[in-house]
Design a binder for this molecule. Structure first.
Ligand code: TNX
Length: 567
């Protein structure tokens, strides 16, 4: 992309200069849109009205309008190399043409038009991304501040996603995040053309989803007395209660807000491990009957749920209520890091092993997952699990998230499972950006932006005839060390911008790697957009003094112990 062309993130398939004079957008702007594009038109009107103060009207197709939205007939956008180069792409192809006195945005589906409009936002001045108009003409003392007219240079953008699963994950258990941040994150994900939001709702340290059939899950399970302080290895605790949960309407609002932005919310309910909060609420779910406290430390707990029919039914109830709130096609049932020591010591679990003829306690997890699968299927959902579900034999049709490297993903694809690549060494944004001691405390180090950028969701080792099983990839934010939305934003941005390019943009050239040298200046340009949006991103040079853990002028050696490997 030459520097005179707009610098768009994630990079579109094709951007070329158009002909003729700039198109002028100004107050009293009209957007023409058919009824099927009302949601997209209204969203765009709302964000642009906020940033400009203009009055914007949505008018019928054919009426005079500076911005014209259209659904293109199938195949009409095939000039766009988008779908042709894709692997398992979902909807989202679009074309934006700025020229002949107007801006036209066409997509084969609503999502495509939405992405075209997101691209259009990046063609406009950064100030228009703000929530109120600023700058010349924005009218000090004027009753209704209005930004100046905006010239948009003629350009043709043709684009479409490489992958259908372009995900962002947030752990709201280790630390609770307010609904306002979930909405903000959806906006920022959609701005980068991501389309999946994985909400990790239950874990040892907190249960965040209210279940009417089992009210103690939040009454007890949402709160903990204290939390681990410092790095896990320091074995220190604060004295500060922590917790929270969402109401069902909070979550329905997040789902609806996300849907308007073409983002699907994937809820996760962890089982059979990572369930200390649930066992604390209902000790009969455990293997020993002991009254546990909601987890207050990080790491892997040996306490897991038992394998009684009542426990299976209990999680079935939870799944029923989760499916009632989250209408999307996927339901994540966790499955990671489930120690089997309690089962090995449990007479009931041992009897089960014997009657099933199992030789390893690990097979019990597969047994449990197989009993949960019908509850997921009953609601017409697809079961998603972390790659450990492969070890007990994943249910047919299950989607596997490959987090322990890409190995599990390669194996799952070879077995015919669909896969989302989420490997920790590239896509765990709870890892530090660098080994600089100024970097805020993090679980591990280091995953710089460039490393994220160089990730390819289709790793070597997946046979050509299995590549279509790679649905896409997802970046994760586990929050043991993340207490605030501001810190979460710091860890996501700008790594999420690089990630967006790995799942949206054309694959890296065969000559070895994406061109980070081309991306970096484009990203630097893009950071000004994040600034206008108010994101607490990490500057490319490193944390600001306000973001840093240590005063930079006193920071010396790299590799402070808190950044060493080891969870
Ligand atoms: C592993 S990834 C976990 C999480 C932790 C994370 C910390 C996964 C499926 N399990 O429970 O929060 O590491 O990076």
């Amino acid at each position: 992309m030459s520097s005179s062309l707009p610098q768009i993130v994630p990079a579109p398939v094709s951007v070329r200069a158009g002909a003729g004079p700039a198109v002028l957008l100004a107050d009293r702007l009209a957007i023409a849109a058919p009824a099927e594009l009302w949601v997209e038109a209204r969203w765009f009107r709302n964000v642009l009205e906020a940033g400009t103060g203009w009055r914007i009207d949505i008018v019928r197709p054919g009426e005079p309008a500076a911005v014209v939205l259209e659904l293109a007939a199938r195949g009409q956008l095939t000039a766009s190399p988008g779908p042709a180069h894709t692997v398992g792409a979902g909807p989202g192809g679009y074309r934006v043409v700025v020229g002949d006195g107007r801006v036209s945005v066409s997509g084969e589906e609503q999502a495509g038009v939405f992405y075209g409009l997101q691209t259009l936002r990046q063609l406009l001045p950064d100030a228009t991304l703000r929530r109120a108009p600023v700058g010349r003409g924005a009218g000090q003392g004027v009753a209704r501040p209005v930004a100046s007219p905006v010239p948009v240079d003629p350009v043709v953008v043709e684009d479409g996603p490489r992958f259908g699963w372009r995900g962002v994950h947030l752990d709201v258990c280790r630390h609770f995040f307010p609904k306002s941040f979930l909405l903000e994150l959806v906006d920022l994900a959609a701005f980068h053309k991501l389309n999946s939001f994985h909400l990790h709702l239950t874990d040892d340290q907190g249960w965040r989803f209210p279940v009417e059939a089992h009210p103690r899950l939040v009454e007890v399970g949402a709160w903990r007395r204290r939390s681990q302080a410092g790095h896990k290895r320091e074995n220190r605790f604060d004295d500060q209660p922590h917790g929270g949960y969402y109401t069902k309407d909070d979550l329905r609002e997040v789902v609806a807000y996300a849907a308007e932005r073409h983002v699907n919310v994937v809820p996760e309910v962890e089982m059979p491990g990572h369930t200390v909060a649930a066992i604390a609420a209902y000790p009969e779910l455990g293997n020993t009957g002991a009254q546990l406290e909601v987890g207050d430390g990080w790491g892997i707990y040996s306490e897991v749920v038992n394998l009684d029919q009542g426990t299976v039914g209990f999680f079935g109830d939870v799944i029923d209520e989760v499916c009632d709130v989250f209408p999307g096609p996927y339901l994540h049932i966790g499955g990671d890091e489930c120690p089997t020591s309690e089962w090995e010591n449990s007479p009931r679990a041992r009897a089960l092993m014997e009657s099933e003829g199992f030789t390893s306690a690990r097979q019990l997890q597969g047994w449990f997952t197989a009993r949960i699968a019908p509850y997921v299927a009953r609601h017409g959902r697809r079961l998603v699990g972390w790659d450990e579900i492969l070890e007990g034999g994943a249910p047919p049709g299950a989607v596997v998230m490959s987090w322990r490297g890409v190995k599990g993903g390669v194996e799952a694809a070879s077995l015919g499972h669909d896969v989302v690549m989420v490997p920790e060494e590239w896509l765990y944004f709870d890892w530090a950006y660098s080994d600089d001691p100024a970097e805020p405390l993090a679980i591990r180090g280091a995953t710089p932006v460039e490393r994220v950028y160089r990730f390819d969701p289709v790793p070597p080792g997946i046979p050509d005839d299995r590549v279509h099983h790679v649905l896409g990839a997802q970046c994760q934010l586990w929050t043991e060390y993340v207490k605030t939305p501001a810190h979460a934003e710091y860890l996501y941005f700008p790594r999420l911008c690089a990630f967006a390019e790995t799942v949206w943009s054309p694959p890296p050239p065969a000559d070895g790697g994406r061109h980070f040298a081309e991306f970096e200046p484009r990203l630097a340009r893009h950071l000004r957009r994040l600034g206008a949006l108010g994101v607490n991103y990490r500057p490319l040079e490193g944390p600001t003094p306000g973001q840093a853990r240590t005063w930079r002028s006193t920071s010396g050696a790299a590799n402070e112990p808190s950044l060493e490997s080891g969870a």
